[in-house]
Design a protein around this ligand. Structure first.
Ligand code: ZN
Length: 408
């Protein structure tokens, strides 16, 4: 799978899981959340869980105790499959969720979050503890940050919701009052030279910090007054970085706090960039559709699946809001097939012979398309549900469309 598609998938799966998890409630205090940072030894976590298991024998309610112990057991057996935590750590949610009547079903989510887990955490509650993960739903694209005036500059990175400072330095530009003996003209000339040297230094540091970061999709420049605009306009930056400048934004400060101001003030510009790619893809689709013969477009689930299986799909455009499942069944007489459903089906009669059919696999429809696309080197783009383009994809094309390599 190409890197972009696999990032799209990881983000989609994470967001989807989170949407389910936040709504789950237990009957008692019996839903367990465990956050394991990448630096933590799995054996330490196991020891911690064994201790929690024995503590839980003090729980008064028999059914709560049984459910807590069942969940801890389940988490431990999952953790045995890990030698050490993955690069961002692991988050596990596990517990019994009520169903109709007295029934419950055990759910277990094992997530490798898009940002690293920072501290070990265990909680048993009537709902899962998801707060630390919610901020990670934002897009994980990286932006370079520079704040500057003539006195100070700070370089940093914005990744998702996190601002990281790279470097902060002061200039040697003299203050604007001259010492005795110097002519006004000569003094101003000195100031200009010093400022020029400082801007060059900022640019050199920016080259060092940002040039080798292909994941960086934009550069945001901030600072008070006109200095930042002068810096950009005069082309101090490396030409590759110059191309990535999104815009300049006013900030009151040029230190680490200034970086935060910059991100705050650039928020809507950032959202626009991230939606731009989706906009362009949907526009491309519409242009193809407008051709008399439908051009290189396909839409609707069946048509898109056929085109993909024929190897003709270049890019699949799938709506984040699809909310459907692909269900694979097999009956007693050996008929097997798949169908798409928006609900969890209870009892299925084989469409060939009418006998009872067993569910052999039940996957999210978008994930099913990710699998299919991967087999045919087709890339996948998830289109957000709340944008204008996303709404159009959903309403006009049932949330599923493709741009083709050739007509089928
Ligand atoms: Zn059958």
């Amino acid at each position: 799978m190409d890197e972009r598609s696999s990032t799209e998938r990881a983000r989609y799966d994470f967001k989807k899981a989170m949407q389910e998890i936040v709504d789950l409630r237990g009957r008692g205090t019996e839903l367990i959340s465990v956050y394991i940072p990448p630096s933590k030894q799995i054996s330490d976590v196991m020891a911690y869980l064994r201790n929690e298991y024995s503590q839980s024998s003090n729980i008064k309610s028999k059914s709560t105790m049984k459910n807590v112990q069942g969940a801890i057991d389940s988490i431990m057996s999952r953790l045995r499959t890990y030698k050490s935590p993955p690069p961002h750590g692991i988050v596990i949610f596990c517990g019994e969720i009520p169903r109709a009547g007295d029934q419950t079903r055990m759910v277990q989510y094992v997530l490798e979050p898009p940002e690293a887990v920072t501290t070990f955490f265990y909680r048993c509650d009537s709902q899962f503890y998801t707060e630390p993960l919610l901020g990670m739903l934002l897009d994980k694209k990286t932006y370079g940050l520079i704040t500057l005036d003539r006195a100070e500059a700070t370089l940093g990175l914005l990744t998702g919701s996190k601002v990281m400072i790279i470097k902060n330095f002061d200039s040697m530009v003299p203050r604007k009052h001259r010492q005795g003996g110097q002519s006004q003209q000569r003094f101003e000339r000195l100031i200009e030279i010093a400022a020029h040297e400082f801007f060059k230094k900022i640019a050199d540091n920016a080259t060092e910090a940002f040039l080798e970061r292909p994941e960086m999709i934009g550069l945001l420049i901030g600072g008070p007054g006109a200095t930042k605009d002068y810096f950009v306009k005069e082309g101090y930056l490396h030409h590759e970085l110059q191309k990535k400048v999104v815009d300049t934004f006013d900030t009151g400060y040029t230190d680490e706090y200034g970086l935060r101001e910059l991100v705050e003030n650039a928020r809507s510009a950032i959202t626009d960039i991230e939606l731009m790619r989706e906009k362009e893809l949907i526009q491309r689709l519409l242009t193809e559709i407008r051709n008399a013969d439908g051009g290189l477009s396909a839409y609707g689930e069946e048509v898109v699946r056929d085109a993909t299986e024929a190897g003709a799909a270049d890019v699949l455009l799938l709506s984040e809001g699809l909310n459907k499942r692909r269900i694979y069944v097999k009956c007693q007489n050996g008929h097997s097939y798949a169908f798409t459903s928006s609900a969890e089906p209870e009892k299925i009669e084989c469409r060939e012979c009418g006998s009872y059919a067993e569910i052999v696999n039940d996957v999210d429809l978008v994930d099913d398309f990710f699998e299919l696309a991967d087999k045919f080197s087709t890339s996948v783009e998830i289109i957000s549900a709340d944008s204008e383009e996303g709404e159009m994809l959903m309403k006009a094309f049932g949330g599923i469309a493709a741009i083709l390599r050739y007509r089928v």
